[in-house]
Ligand binder design. Structure first.
Ligand code: MNH
Length: 451
């Protein structure tokens, strides 16, 4: 039995009164998660109209229908595409129909279990580098910044490995600037709020994106021209030879670049958030942290974790899952209905916005016991498949899920084996959604070496 704190960890104050148009706009500017009505954690479905008809769906059977059985009738929302298209084109993440299907088939082998395991050493090296940085720290550290550095190292190494000319910092900077500029408007458009309401500027950062694409294009050209390199193939090698198993089609250079950038955008901040929130929870629940540190030290001794250690780190894996439940990085998924349908007995019309507030689903009172409490051992038994959607589900499920889980467990176990993380009074991170669910104010903790 884990010794758990009585209090709940950080949570979002959900809306308890109808917000109205102006209130909705003001709240969306602050934190789109506060738009979720509190009843969304008690009802299977909540509907409304703010310009478009919208529905928030928390019922596992209806979610299964949207994400799996009728997936073609519920494509990703127009807004998702508008936001992402300038950065990552019509890549795997945004494409639909045949164009999505062939890219998914072509990319799938790169994310097969044996390839993900072969990329393990990159993750182990990033964990070691993170330990080196932390052992030099004096005073409190923002662990979110630290984990972003670690996961960016991993994703740039598995996309452009060994390319000494690849400008990591420039690409990282462009992505951050892009997200900061475009993110907050998204839910206002999803809800169809009128254009006269104030919203964050829709200023697609042209020069930054151009630079990022240019850097990626050059790295791809260098690789394509180079002789075979040593070591296991990275994602770029695998996509260069990727073929649609049915048609034999391969990716054009532009498609290749857009997909690599997709992996970088989709793959590094999400995993960094998982790690940062997990470390916050470890400081919040010191006895759980101690149990996880004991597990990690027993499995690893003095070395850093590798992909082969995952089986010996079950508590660490449960902590990662519980973190993804309480703070799902993709806290809100949205779709646009194409055909008339019925969900939870309610009418869905073509054009309706169908939202899946994963944040509310994961804290739903009918689906989880003490939903706002931190308890990794709830994952000793598997949850209902459609009650736990940190990676989505169905054909569009995250292609990088096992990559991300392996990376998170390797880095978390290595850090917990070597350091103790403690909260800094007065510095609680607040969950705030800016495209992803971020810890507002950072995750500031004191870090001390264990001996
Ligand atoms: Mn990822 C799709 C969450 C890590 C690449 N990802 C999704 C979706 C969710 C998601 C949710 C489905 C969105 C939807 O249905 O609307 N992803 C995560 C989380 C993590 C993550 C929470 C880390 C933790 N993702 C990664 C990593 C990579 C990656 C790592 C790549 C290296 N994700 C993708 C791609 C898609 C995706 C590509 C789109 C897949 C598709 O549509 O076929």
């Amino acid at each position: 039995m884990l010794d758990l704190p009585q209090a709940d960890p950080a949570k979002v104050p959900l809306a308890t009164v109808p917000l109205g148009l102006w209130g909705t706009a003001m709240t969306a500017r602050r934190n789109v998660l506060e738009l979720i009505p509190a009843i969304a954690t008690r009802q299977p479905m909540v509907s409304g109209k703010t310009g478009v008809r919208w529905h928030m769906v928390m019922d596992p059977t209806a979610l299964r229908r949207i994400l799996k059985e009728k997936v073609d009738d519920y494509p990703k929302s127009v807004t998702t595409k508008l936001i992402l298209n300038p950065a990552i084109g019509d890549s795997l993440f945004v494409a639909e129909g045949a164009h999505w299907r062939w890219q998914r088939r072509a990319a799938a082998p790169a994310f097969a279990q044996r390839h993900v395991e072969a990329l393990g050493p990159v993750m182990t090296a990033a964990a070691e580098a993170s330990c080196r940085r932390l052992s030099e720290a004096r005073g409190p550290v923002d662990l979110f910044q630290e984990t972003v550095a670690a996961t960016f190292e991993v994703i740039s190494d598995v996309t452009f490995s060994g390319d000494g000319m690849f400008d990591r910092d420039a690409v990282h900077g462009s992505i951050d600037a892009y997200i900061a500029q475009t993110a907050k408007l998204s839910l206002m458009d999803v809800l169809g709020l009128p254009a006269w309401l104030p919203r964050p500027g829709r200023l697609f950062s042209g020069p930054g994106l151009k630079k990022m694409k240019g850097i990626a294009d050059q790295a791809i050209a260098r690789r394509a021209a180079a002789a075979a390199k040593d070591g296991p193939p990275d994602l770029l090698d695998l996509l260069l030879v990727a073929q649609d198993p049915e048609t034999g089609r391969t990716m054009t250079r532009d498609e290749l670049r857009d997909n690599l950038l997709t992996f970088i955008v989709a793959g590094h901040e999400t995993t960094a958030l998982t790690l940062a929130w997990a470390l916050y929870l470890m400081a919040f629940a010191p006895a759980v942290q101690q149990a996880a540190a004991d597990e990690a030290r027993a499995a690893l001794g003095d070395r850093a974790a590798t992909a082969a250690d995952l089986g010996a780190l079950p508590l660490t894996m449960r902590i990662v899952n519980e973190t993804l439940r309480l703070y799902p990085p993709a806290a809100f998924l949205s779709r646009t209905a194409q055909v008339a349908d019925t969900l939870c007995g309610r009418e869905i019309r073509p054009g309706d916005t169908v939202m899946m507030p994963v944040y509310a689903l994961h804290r739903h009172h009918q689906l989880w016991d003490r939903p706002d409490a931190f308890d990794p051992d709830r994952f000793l038994t598997a949850p209902d498949r459609y009650a736990f959607l940190p990676f989505g589900a169905g054909p569009r499920i995250c292609i990088g899920a096992s990559f991300a889980l392996q990376e998170a467990v390797i880095i978390l176990a290595t850090l917990l084996a070597r350091f103790r993380f403690q909260r800094v009074p007065g510095k609680e991170p607040q969950p705030r959604m800016i495209l992803t669910l971020r810890p507002e104010g950072g995750v500031w903790l004191t870090v001390t070496p264990r001996d």
